[in-house]
Design a protein. Structure first.
Length: 163
């Protein structure tokens, strides 16, 4: 083990690890990959909702006042309604808080949220790619060790058969 002087992190030559530890490392990497992939997926879904909300708010305009619209009660159930107030919209800002905003401000809010989530996704993607690369290296070393072990067992078995 060589100690990294910059941050106290240690680098380990994985070719020196036994098969059991390589398997454990592989499983740990699988869990981390799954966690990062799920996080990225959740961020993407949230970003999509903000984009959709921004598009919906952009349709709230004086020329649409009084027009019939579909109002969502749940994610899959809508009821007919009429657009009566085009000067303000009610925006869910999280943790049970709602704010009345003019449509232009709501659009800005959703755009900021969308941008923030995009930046978080940009930070997460390289981490996920690095985990994939590390997993690939561990799998290659694991396969190499298994082949070496099989070759040594066959060699030992062949030597015992000739004696």
């Amino acid at each position: 083990m060589a100690s990294n002087k910059s941050g106290g992190a240690q680098q380990i030559d994985i070719t020196q690890l036994p098969l059991a530890q390589l398997n454990q490392l592989s499983q740990q990497l699988d869990q981390e990959i799954e966690f990062f992939a799920n996080s990225l997926n959740q961020l993407k879904m949230a970003q999509t909702k903000f984009v959709e909300s921004e598009e919906c708010v952009s349709r709230v305009s004086p020329e649409n006042k009084g027009k019939e619209i579909l109002v969502p009660l749940t994610s899959s159930m809508y009821v007919p309604g009429h657009l009566s107030d085009v000067d303000t919209v009610l925006v869910d800002i999280g943790t049970g808080y709602y704010v009345d905003m003019p449509p232009a401000k709501a659009k800005e809010y959703f755009a900021r949220k969308e941008e923030f989530i995009g930046k978080q996704m940009e930070k997460l993607q390289p981490l996920l790619q690095e985990k994939y690369r590390t997993k690939q290296v561990v799998v290659e070393v694991l396969q190499m060790k298994v082949q070496q072990q099989l070759a040594s067992q066959q060699g030992a078995g062949g030597a015992a058969a000739t004696s």
